[in-house]
Design a protein around this ligand. Structure first.
Ligand code: GLY
Length: 417
């Protein structure tokens, strides 16, 4: 089978690697891809150029398209390609509102009794400011409705913080809501759905802050590991029954069936589980630890989701542990230079997986081309072994300004110490 994967991050490199590695695919093209993708399979088409994607699919007889990032999903790439007769994995634009509109997701959760923080929507900025003035308990969370590349959420510890966030981020026509703050430990549980059945992956845990001990600014994710022990089999069963299934069934009742990856960002405290957000695609960097642990063929699950036959499919994972550490450009998540040569890639052998993200090829050299540059991934029998393995090879890799977290997996490792 020939696949086209849309996107350019570590997630898309991991999807392409997995499709080839497990024999799902004979060829995998990636658009626009990155320096980890061989020249012959890297396609210079922007993620939102649907017409060119279609023309490419026809010219290469692509059997299945897998969409990585949220933007083309929210913009309707699945509807567009499907209407032209192309098999494509991911939700329609309407179903992708679960990520594209945080308020849509809240109202679905409210209607179908999915546990999430209490919230209140404001249509008028002055009403919102009056409400903030009246509050006595902090922290609170203020969320803007649409896709905001991670910048649409303000966790405000004081009234002053809240007013500052509103004055910087909220215009008079912004849809916005205020939510109770939830304390606890976060985890990511992805489910694959065909619109009726949803099968959960093992849980992963991302590390969103730039610096060790969860300090510093928010990033796209500095590393992940799986399985995350905070989500034991009992909690995973509850996430399946109390979150993933009710949402898939609810979307069906609404006449908006959801097929693709439903990613629940959850928070757990004292046995209470709440949904913080939904994404409608594979997580990045969670995918870099989940796909190496998957049993079977990724392509079989994707095709079963497209064909509506997941109920007769069994999704299972190896009894191993995976860690991925993101090597980032100096300055990331702020401004950073690109075009810096990456050294040491030829030193990495054996069972370490390198998933490229912000890289590109310049002749025979791989250079930096983004904030998150490489994902170094190790698999082992225990989390400790995976941790030791990944951190023993990272010193072999370098580029000017490179930085990375030294504590990926710390929550689980501390619990075991
Ligand atoms: N790991 C966070 C995300 O994929 O959005």
């Amino acid at each position: 089978m020939r696949y086209l994967v849309i996107g350019s991050g570590g997630r898309e490199h991991a999807i392409a690697w997995r499709l080839l590695h497990d024999g799902s695919a004979t060829e995998v093209y990636v658009a626009p891809g990155n320096g980890g993708i061989d020249d012959r399979y890297r396609v210079a088409i922007a993620i939102n150029d649907f017409e060119s994607m279609y023309t490419f699919c026809k010219s290469k007889s692509i059997d299945v398209v897998v969409v990585g990032p949220e933007a083309p999903l929210v913009n309707g790439i699945v509807d567009f390609l499907h209407n032209k007769g192309i098999r494509v994995f991911g939700p329609t634009a309407k179903a992708a509102q679960l990520e594209g509109s945080k308020l849509f997701a809240k109202y679905i959760m409210q209607k179908y009794n999915v546990p999430t923080a209490q919230f209140r929507e404001f249509k008028d900025k002055n009403d919102l400011l009056h409400y903030i003035e009246s509050l006595t308990e902090y922290p609170i969370v203020i969320k803007l409705d649409g896709l905001a590349a991670g910048k649409g959420v303000g966790v405000c510890n004081t009234k002053h913080d809240a007013i500052q966030f509103i004055n910087t981020m909220v215009n008079h026509d912004t849809r916005v809501f205020v939510e109770d703050f939830c304390a606890g430990e976060e985890a990511s549980v992805l489910g694959i759905s065909d619109g009726n059945t949803v099968l959960p992956f093992i849980a992963a845990q991302d590390h969103k802050r730039a610096l060790d001990n969860d300090e510093g600014p928010n990033t796209g994710g500095m590393g992940a590991y799986a399985p995350a022990p905070i989500v034991d089999s009992r909690i995973l069963g509850r996430v399946h029954r109390e979150i993933l299934q009710p949402v898939i069934q609810g979307m069906n009742k609404e006449g908006i069936p959801f097929a693709g990856i439903l990613y629940a960002g959850i928070i757990i405290k004292d046995g209470m589980i709440k949904v913080l957000e939904f994404n409608v695609r594979f997580g990045d960097p969670e995918t870099q630890v989940l796909l190496p642990l998957l049993n079977g063929k990724l392509g079989d699950y994707i095709n079963a989701a497209i064909d509506g036959t997941l109920s007769s499919t069994n999704l299972s994972f190896r009894n191993k542990h995976a860690i991925t550490v993101v090597l980032a450009s100096g300055g990331y998540p702020g401004s950073y230079s690109t075009g810096l040569p990456i050294h040491g890639l030829d030193q990495i052998h054996n069972d370490i997986l390198i998933f490229h993200a912000g890289t590109k090829r310049e002749g025979n050299t791989i250079v930096t081309n983004g904030g998150r540059v490489l994902n170094v991934t190790a698999i082992a029998d225990s989390l400790e072994e995976a941790y030791n393995k990944v951190y023993s090879v990272i010193p072999l890799l370098s580029f000017e300004g490179m930085h990375y977290r030294k504590d990926i997996g710390f929550r689980a490792l501390k619990k075991r110490a």
